[in-house]
Design a protein around this ligand. Structure first.
Ligand code: FRU
Length: 515
């Protein structure tokens, strides 16, 4: 086995001064705060306390809003508020005051936000188009009393681009006829019918509603009782049109999170490809398709009103199996990087691909390693300071290789592409702290790779202190996983088991902190 250190080391990255170098990026960040153990450096995480689902993803007047399920009282789930952050580029975020507080109707569960350009709601004043948030009220009293109608839908509006919010006095706008899990409304403007369309989940299926003014809603239809995965309750739906890549054809996607019942356990997100005619969503798809095979991408939804109509998705990087127990102290949970969705035809089937938004490229600055060729049946060991906060890109036709991340304590994260079983494996069983929950490190996590390109394809990996995101073949297969190594990984071993194909490690780049 050859041992080769990182080839290009710029600036502070001097080969041979490993200990010293590893301290440097940390030191620079300490001055700004946001350097606690496991704190992601280019992912969104709340300044402190508990966070779960992304909510109200909407772009308005140059600002991307990110609201989120937030409990300001503790680092475990509790009475839900909408936390708030904004960004001009989807990369750098500014923390804002809490946007929505619980009120007499209940806690503020997940939902969406729209720009009411034509002031259909009448909330607009002096020509200002209101932002309208549509969310679920969860009445704790109702739940405690053993009733089934404790979740209803409410709205609030803002006339200062999300800075302050007023709840509608006519709330709730959709009542409940006795459905226990009745929540997570996602709304968009449907041009053809000149109506707002709302999708929510009702236990084991999705329901669609229409409105002219965001206040009065008419139930249109249902979908999904007998289709897709049903291992748990359906949550956080999202319905949107998308063009099939390189064609004029348009399809509709219905995203549904499910908990439990994901392919590798606990929470996961499935999607359906079909059509929507303004009344009904139809799909002949019986089996679930998964947006991500990792265990840590849940409750993800897409932005409304984006420039150039891009479909941008953000997920919560955790899993209800262990979300309340992960070993952070000051805050808990982060979001995935924003990902652009596309619908591609692969082998006569459609795949919804997801790939990091290109704005993130500007963070990938210093080159830690570049242009390393791993020929068939060889392996290479790279010592890379800064690996824990990096982007790794490789190109290969090999379907038999391993990427092994290690630290000085011999904690190991193993990724493996295996052509025999046609699977990609993430093994975090010995990756660091795993004992905080019995499910976290109990087994290997698998993704099928049957639709991977047979010729050269690319793999992009983002590592950010307590997470790894792996995008294969432009996002045809994706795995997102949390990790809690006791020390940063600083060694990458690439083993190429293929008889004929080489692996080209294009680069490992240090990702600048956005905080
Ligand atoms: C999904 C979810 C939603 C709900 C919210 C509560 O993670 O369970 O269905 O609205 O979290 O925090």
């Amino acid at each position: 086995m050859k041992i080769r250190a990182a080839l290009f080391i710029l600036g502070i990255w001097l080969m041979g001064c490993k200990e010293q170098n590893r301290e440097k990026p940390v030191k620079a960040l300490q001055d700004k705060g946001y350097t606690e153990e496991y704190r992601p450096q280019f992912h969104f995480s709340p300044p402190e306390k508990w966070m779960n689902d992304p909510n109200g993803l909407v772009y308005n007047e140059g600002i991307y809003h990110l609201f989120y399920q937030y409990y300001p009282g503790d680092i475990v789930w509790g009475p839900m508020h909408w936390g708030h952050a904004t960004s001009k580029d989807l990369v750098h975020w500014e923390h804002k005051p809490i946007a929505l507080y619980p009120d007499e109707h209940g806690l503020i569960f997940s939902g969406s936000a729209v720009v009411d350009k034509h002031n259909t709601s009448g909330f607009g004043k002096n020509g200002i188009a209101p932002l309208v948030a549509i969310f679920t009220y969860h009445s704790m009293e109702g739940e405690k009393a053993g009733r089934d109608d404790f979740q209803t839908q409410g709205i609030a509006y803002s006339l200062d681009n999300g800075a302050t919010w007023t709840k509608y006095e006519g709330n709730p706008v959709i009542g409940n006829n006795g459905i226990r899990d009745f929540r997570d409304p996602k709304v968009f403007w449907h041009e053809e019918s000149q109506k707002w369309i709302l999708t929510l989940v009702a236990g084991d299926h999705a329901q669609f509603y229409a409105s002219k003014n965001l206040k009065e809603w008419e139930h249109l239809s249902d979908f999904g009782k007998t289709q897709g995965a049903h291992g748990g309750v359906w949550e956080c739906p999202d319905l949107f049109p998308i063009q099939v890549a390189d064609t004029d054809e348009e399809k509709w996607i219905l995203i549904i999170s499910i908990n439990p019942g994901a392919p590798n356990g606990g929470s996961g997100t499935q999607y359906f490809i079909g059509d929507f005619n303004g009344q009904k969503f139809t799909s002949d798809q019986q089996k679930p398709k998964w947006i991500d095979y990792g265990t840590d991408n849940y409750a993800g939804v897409t932005y409304n009103n984006t420039p150039e109509d891009k479909r941008i998705f953000i997920g919560w990087m955790s899993n209800w199996d262990y979300a309340n127990k992960t070993p952070t102290q000051k805050w808990r949970s982060a979001m995935t990087v924003p990902r652009e969705l596309a619908l591609k035809k692969v082998d006569d089937d459609f795949v919804l691909t997801s790939y990091p938004v290109e704005q993130l490229d500007k963070l990938a600055s210093q080159i830690l390693a570049e242009n390393v060729l791993i020929s068939s049946r060889t392996s290479d060991t790279l010592l890379v300071d800064g690996l824990n906060q990096s982007q790794i890109e490789l190109k290969t036709a090999s379907k038999d290789f391993s990427l092994i991340f290690k630290n000085d304590l011999k904690e190991t994260l193993m990724l493996e592409m295996d052509s025999q079983s046609n699977t990609f494996v993430v093994d975090r069983m010995k990756s660091g702290k795993v004992a905080f929950d019995s499910e976290f490190g109990d087994k290997k996590h698998l993704s099928p790779i049957s639709m991977l390109n047979d010729s050269i394809y690319e793999v992009k990996i983002l590592l950010d202190w307590s997470s790894i995101e792996i995008f294969m073949d432009g996002g045809v297969y994706v795995m997102t996983e949390q990790l809690f190594s006791t020390e940063p990984y600083n060694t990458l071993i690439i083993q190429n088991g293929s008889e004929e194909s080489e692996i080209r490690l294009e680069s490992i780049k240090y990702m600048e902190s956005v905080w």
